[in-house]
Design a protein around this ligand. Sequence first.
Ligand SMILES: Cc1ncc(C[n+]2csc(CCOP(=O)(O)OP(=O)(O)O)c2C)c(N)n1
Ligand SMILES: [Mg+2]
Length: 364
Amino acid sequence: MKKAFDGSVNYYQVMDELGNIDQSLFPRDLDDNKILEMYRYMSLARALDAKALSLQRQGRAVTYAPLVGEEATQIGSAMALGKDDYFVPNFRQQGVFLARGFGMDGLFLYFRGYEEGNMIPRNMHALPGAVPVSTQMQHAAGLAFAQKYLKTGASVIGFVGDGGTSEGDFYEALNFAGVTKSPLVAIIENNQWAISMPRSRQTAAQTLAQKAIAAGIPGVQVDGNDVIGVYKVIKDALANAKNGPTLVECITYRMSMHTTADDPTKYRPQEDVDVWKKRDPIARVRAYLAKKNLWNDQKEQALTDQNLRSIDEAVEKAESFKGDPASIFEHVYSYMPDILQEELDAAAASNFWQQQQTQQENGE
Ligand SMILES: Cc1ncc(C[n+]2csc(CCOP(=O)(O)OP(=O)(O)O)c2C)c(N)n1
Ligand SMILES: [Mg+2]
């Protein structure tokens, strides 16, 4: 008997809960200006999150999936991405969109249910949000293969949740990317919950990163509340993407509800949430910056004010948008299939359709 295979998964943390850095892992291309930029984006993402939640509660936005607690995973990944690389989201990556330069008014438009808010400018190299769990990983793998086939030199990051890693699409995407050695970095945003299903019941596997082993590709874990750790691990994976894919498991926590349609107090104890409060991804960056005299209460206040101003402006812009209800039939196909055309015609002929338009014109 001999050992046929031996696999392992490394875990990375560069910045701890108190803002201390492990210099041996600190990425060489990172400087304090970039860390300040990360901090600003994380802070903006959290403020945008709070605003979206409050708008939804006032009936000014539809269902919303909060990101609070997951800022380091999202901003660290976004900042590691090259300009020409692609980003494939699921439904919770508002922070990545922000840090990629997608306008906040567009995000609010999407939260209000307008298709126009889900139209990503081509040069942004991102796909629109995907709600069917894990289907986006197939798109990410295909997009990554296309980069290799067309020799563009670009790579792709694709986001999936801990729950999403139990779907067939996830395994198929990893397998395909592994066989074709496509430049894909598959990022698991492991926030410990899939609605009310805890990570412990999701799989008997000790880590989610080890799912890479079956696909013959490297899998690593990183403290997903450590923005510098996430940046480092994703940057390294992207640097290696020309040789093939990597699976990165970011270990973070969903501090809030799954979506505004969910009430987590029904299935998880507050004590669990309190443990993760101490690992807050924003507080530790602030501690680091304060220790270096790069941050103080005055700067924090100025940032808070500036965030609120820019968010209010974006909301105003999104709320003054006059959409064409017909747009719900567009943007899915490059052409209008007969079945959709029939539905569009039926909707246009109905009274309901006119009522919708009148209501919108009256700002109701
Ligand atoms: C194929 C499919 N099954 C079920 C759902 C309903 N659903 C939406 S989100 C979700 C849980 C996803 O959990 P996870 O992948 O961990 O991502 P998270 O929401 O935690 O970011 C489920 C079951 C769906 N959207 N698509
Ligand atoms: Mg989850």
